[in-house]
Design a protein around this ligand. Sequence first.
Ligand code: ZN
Length: 471
Amino acid sequence: MRISALLLITLLSINSSHAFEVSENFWENGQAVFHVGISGSSPTGGTWNDAFKRSMSAWSDVSSFEFVAVDDYLDPCIDRGEGLFGDGSTGIDFSASVCGSEFGANILAVTLSAGICQNLQCTGGFLITDGDILFNSSEAWDVYSGSLRFDGDSEFERVALHELGHALGLNHSSANSAIMRAFVSDTDSLQSDDIAGIASIYGENEMAQEITLANIYGVTLVAPDNATISGSNSSNNLSGTLSSSDNQLDGKSLDLYQYTFENDSLIDIQLDSQSFDPFLYLVRVSATQSALPSFTFTDDNSGSGNNARINRSIQAGTYWLGVSSASNAAQGSYDVSIISNTSNPSTSFETFTSVYGVDVLINPNPDISGSLGSTDFIFNNRFLDLVQIEVTAASTVRIDLNSSAFDASLLLVDIVSNEVGNLALQNDNNGSGTNSRLETTLSPGTYWLGVTSFSSGESGSYDIAITLVLP
Ligand SMILES: [Zn+2]
């Protein structure tokens, strides 16, 4: 016997001690087909359909749930209305009403779910079979990323992300920066709280778990979406929860995130929690993940109340942002806001001129892009670029130098008092094709990587990737 139920999601906020909230409803096979055929384009951001499909992919990318987009129009209001529970197929559209009923005041969009109850009383939720979405056509809409504009246009893509969260079975979240928060905000992408919410219903995407990085300290490290921060003014938010299953450091839980700041910048990082007294770490790491003590910053109470805040100038580089607590065994949800400003967006990693007259790039990212060309130092009739890396704990590293423009040759030398020391390794073709690869265990110290060509006078772009080989 099939009993249908109608669920109308409203903009009611649910307060709770944890952040995300799931309804008891879900798509039984972890898959949903959406008919995506809205006509027209946004004023500045491409077609509505492309924006909507990007939102579908964003959810699929972070969970084992699979959205399937069918490129045709389906009226979301078929079989909607008094006593009707949808047609069992999902459509989306702009509409002046909710299938004949008024949109409430300030309501941007509505998701109409329907499904099959799991018992006669229809308690315990239902198996979703239809998740029609209606965007309020009396609003002005556009598609853009970043902070909300103040021109009155509503931003379509983040609202689509939010409504799709409802269609998947999520209720509103109390996490400040979550897409599933009840009110539209500067957040334009899925946050860790949203991802934890969807994973709790359908499981994690095994591919998405790869964003957890291995590292020399044996702690779990997460590279969030949008983890590269560049340009004159950018902001980034994340939400998370400290728990006993996190990394433990001196009796305290620790969540660790990796961000790359591509420019020297003035950063303002605020860590807020209503559940515990937050403690914030910002640690610059070298290309081999060694923490650089002179670029390690911590804060306990510089924010409002007990909240933590680091507001200072930093050099371009890769940083680990650590969220912990001032007291032992503290748990609960937190929000991090990262604002980065630079007056000179062209600044990047530091260089210095070595005693040999060669410019040396200091501690860039583990992934380095560059090019050999006529402005480079000339060594043995070949162009030469040098990169300096620091190793603070003995580490086995694999260094790949790839170029499609020239036959790459890679040098590794140790540096003592700014001069070349004893260790000198060179490789021409251990990588794929004519690419170079070195794998070796380095003791603590300073090293130079040299990029040059096998034959004289070759030029062009190259990439270096440094990965740690963990025991
Ligand atoms: Zn909502």
